[in-house]
Ligand binder design. Structure first.
Ligand SMILES: C[S@@+](CC[C@H](N)C(=O)[O-])C[C@H]1O[C@@H](n2cnc3c(N)ncnc32)[C@H](O)[C@@H]1O
Length: 259
């Protein structure tokens, strides 16, 4: 489902975020990228598609292990960052496509690995995107979905999503881990294998790469501080004088498309 207003928010946010997002330590984290690649169990003959690839970090992480890796994204500024990253790393087996992931411009079964990272919480209909990912994945191929997830406590999940929407107006909804896993079943996939890590940082750094509406940054800081006292956001937060550290839980969910 492509909603014009939501797509405008995506383009606005990710055009502004392109450089700061693609250079943030939490996003370029090599260990996390290695975990994602490992979850897909790549082989030299694999053809990878990364959906909503942004600045191409996941595609470039796969490139040295597979025949070809392609990224698709709707934000041109992100694709420019991706092309630069590939050129800087001398990668010749990657390609970047501009497009909307609700309707992937590929034939059924074109890829043997289909991935996406930190995108589902920006989609109004992640189940529809996962269906497309499954369609373009060959039988026996692997699907890997990586995203941060919300507390199973509905009030905490709602508060976390309010915070994230204030911080990034293109945020749709972080699902809970159960919901994320449930999408796999709905898309005809088996129960995914799960691995976990935390996206850690301090709130000042997070806000430096975010573009909330004017004045909302102060509300965001207050929400983090309040949660350090009562866990209203349902994520680990530590306050030390002026510094607020957070850890967003991230799941790497991987399943093979049934043959
Ligand atoms: C938070 S960034 C993640 C980028 C990348 N996956 C990563 O982890 O480094 C989310 C990306 O989703 C893209 N995006 C959101 N909705 C999209 C859509 N409907 N079609 C294509 N790309 C989309 C945005 O342009 C943005 O680059």
């Amino acid at each position: 489902m492509t909603d014009a207003n939501h797509q405008d928010l995506i383009l606005d946010q990710f055009t502004r975020q392109a450089t700061v997002f693609s250079t943030a330590a939490a996003i370029t984290d090599e260990d996390a990228l290695k975990m994602i690649v490992a979850a897909a169990r790549p082989a030299y003959d694999d053809r990878v598609l990364d959906v909503a690839c942004g600045p191409g970090l996941v595609v470039c992480a796969f490139a040295r292990y597979v025949r070809e890796a392609i990224g698709i994204d709707v934000t041109p500024a992100m694709l420019e960052r991706a092309a630069k990253l590939a050129a800087d790393n001398g990668l010749a087996n990657v390609a970047w496509h501009h497009g909307d992931v609700y309707s992937l411009p590929y034939d059924d079964g074109d890829f043997t690995i289909v991935t996406t990272r930190f995108s589902f919480h920006h989609f109004l209909d992640p189940a529809a995107v996962l269906r497309e990912m499954v369609r373009v994945c060959a039988p026996g191929g692997r699907i890997v979905v990586v995203d941060d997830y919300a507390s199973e406590n509905p009030a905490k999940a709602a508060a976390f999503n309010r915070l994230e929407k204030l911080r990034d107006p293109s945020h749709s909804r972080c699902l809970t881990l159960c919901e994320l896993k449930g999408l796999f079943g709905t898309a005809g996939l088996p129960e995914p294998d799960s691995t976990f890590y935390e996206l850690r940082g301090d709130v000042r750094g997070l806000l430096a790469r975010s573009f909330p509406n004017p004045g909302d940054d102060l509300k965001i800081i207050e929400m983090f501080k309040a949660s350090a006292l009562d866990d209203r956001l349902g994520i680990p937060i530590h306050v030390d004088a002026d510094r607020i550290d957070y850890a967003y839980p991230v799941a790497i969910l991987a399943a093979a498309r049934p043959a």
